[in-house]
Design a protein around this ligand. Structure first.
Ligand code: CS2
Ligand code: MG
Length: 403
């Protein structure tokens, strides 16, 4: 088999998605997600200008060799743009190989390890009462795990809280919006939120929380300690992770499990975190961490240290990424949980897919490949629109803070 063409499709059915479609001389096609929220066109042009010309004429079955060719051959290794582009090629090639074999992708990875993929949903509210209501609504809808975020008294706009309780979309401005932050107010509020939520749901529901990189390591240690009575499944991104060593300080102070990695793009970003058992869950996913090939490498390494997976699954990852991630989750032995933030109806129509939600679990489906396609005519009706993630400033003096 030979690759005859590869096209980059950019569309905006409510938010921007970059999709790579690889075509072959045998008529089989494969899709890969290349979406990098807020920097979409950088990856589109990296693919179009620098990667696609190198693919034409190659054997799509040589997934590993093509991965190494794009990684080592770039000379400039790693980084979110490069790794998202490599991920898109890799995902599309796995899709083609699985279609050629007539098997769902998870079968090529080693087969099914579980009956379904446990997911966590998002409960957001402007205050504690609204968040508690949302958690209960998701529990009643069948979720076994829920991430809870709420507005913080005294702060106008904070991470994870939308203008309506049901909908939260972080990329919301033609130029970056500005949010405000106060660590003091947040640290006062967060334990109260989880006290109320745990009280309302009882002991069984898994509860998660995303700190979105905003605390110093010692502040994160304190938050973890304050949250211990409420038995969180995880505390996510408690502090920025460029310095992996920083997590040791958190570990020394709390037994609240820690999850990190949605912005990592290679095994080198999490090597120390995993090897030194400074985290419990690794959140890298297909699109931003070099595709199935590299994600599998990270997960296998993590399994040696009892670190489990918790793939990022926000709406800025396209259904193509979700489909591929669900096949990965169905196979990976050290699976933890999968994030689920459902896409809008238009996105679901642009990307018809085989996966489905049922009573707290996602099922990847049994169609050959990763089970996600693109309706190119429909996609063409929703062209790219520039959108940014917000920036975050300290409330009391406007210092730019971590988002
Ligand atoms: C997040 C995302 O899902 C999560 O845990 O932190 O909402 C994240 O902010 C976006 O994916 C950014 O693109
Ligand atoms: Mg997050």
């Amino acid at each position: 088999m030979k690759i005859t063409a590869a096209r980059v499709i950019v569309c905006c059915p409510g938010r921007n998605f970059v999709t790579l479609k690889i075509e072959t001389d045998e008529g089989l096609t494969g899709l890969g997600d290349a979406t990098l929220n807020g920097r979409e066109l950088a990856v589109a042009s990296y693919l179009q200008e620098h990667v696609v010309p190198c693919l034409i004429g190659r054997d799509p079955h040589q997934i590993e060799d093509i991965w190494q060719y794009l990684y080592k051959g770039a000379y400039w290794r790693r980084g979110p743009v490069t790794m998202s582009a490599i991920a898109a090629v890799d995902t599309a090639l796995w899709d083609i190989k699985a279609k050629a074999a007539g098997l769902p992708l998870y079968q090529l990875l080693g087969g099914r390890s579980r009956s379904g993929v446990m997911v966590y949903g998002h409960a957001t509210g402007r205050d504690i009462g609204e968040t508690v209501d949302e958690v209960l609504r998701l529990r009643d809808a069948g979720y076994l795990a829920v991430r809870a975020q709420s507005g913080v008294p005294g702060l106008d706009k904070v991470y994870g809280v939308g203008s309506t309780p049901r909908f939260y979309e972080p990329a919301d401005g033609n130029l970056p919006n500005e949010h405000d932050w106060s660590t003091e107010k947040y640290l006062h509020h967060a334990p109260r939120l989880f006290e109320a939520v745990r009280d309302a749901v009882g002991p069984d529901l898994h509860l998660l929380h995303d700190v979105h990189h905003r605390l110093t390591p010692i502040e994160a240690g304190r938050l973890g300690k304050d949250l211990e009575p409420f038995r969180l499944f995880w505390m996510e991104d408690p502090t920025p992770a460029e310095n992996q060593e920083a997590f040791r300080l958190i570990r020394q102070h709390t037994t609240t499990p820690v999850a990190v990695g949605e912005i990592f793009n290679s095994i080198w970003d999490c090597k120390d975190l995993i090897q030194q058992q400074l985290i419990d869950y690794i959140r890298t996913t297909v699109v931003h961490a070099g595709g199935i090939t590299h994600l599998r490498r990270i997960a296998d390494f993590a399994s040696l240290f009892q670190v489990r997976t918790g793939c990022h699954g926000a709406t800025d990852l396209s259904p193509v990424c979700m489909g591929a991630a669900l096949h990965f989750d169905t196979w990976v032995p050290n699976f933890g949980i999968q994030e689920l933030m459902p896409h809008n109806e238009l996105t679901e129509a642009v990307f018809p897919h085989a996966y489905r939600f049922e009573r707290g679990f996602m099922h990847c489906g049994e169609v050959p490949g990763h089970g996600v396609e693109i309706d190119e005519d429909l996609a063409a009706r929703y062209p790219y629109q520039r959108a940014y993630l917000p920036v975050n400033r300290l409330k009391h003096d406007g210092t730019l803070w971590n988002w």
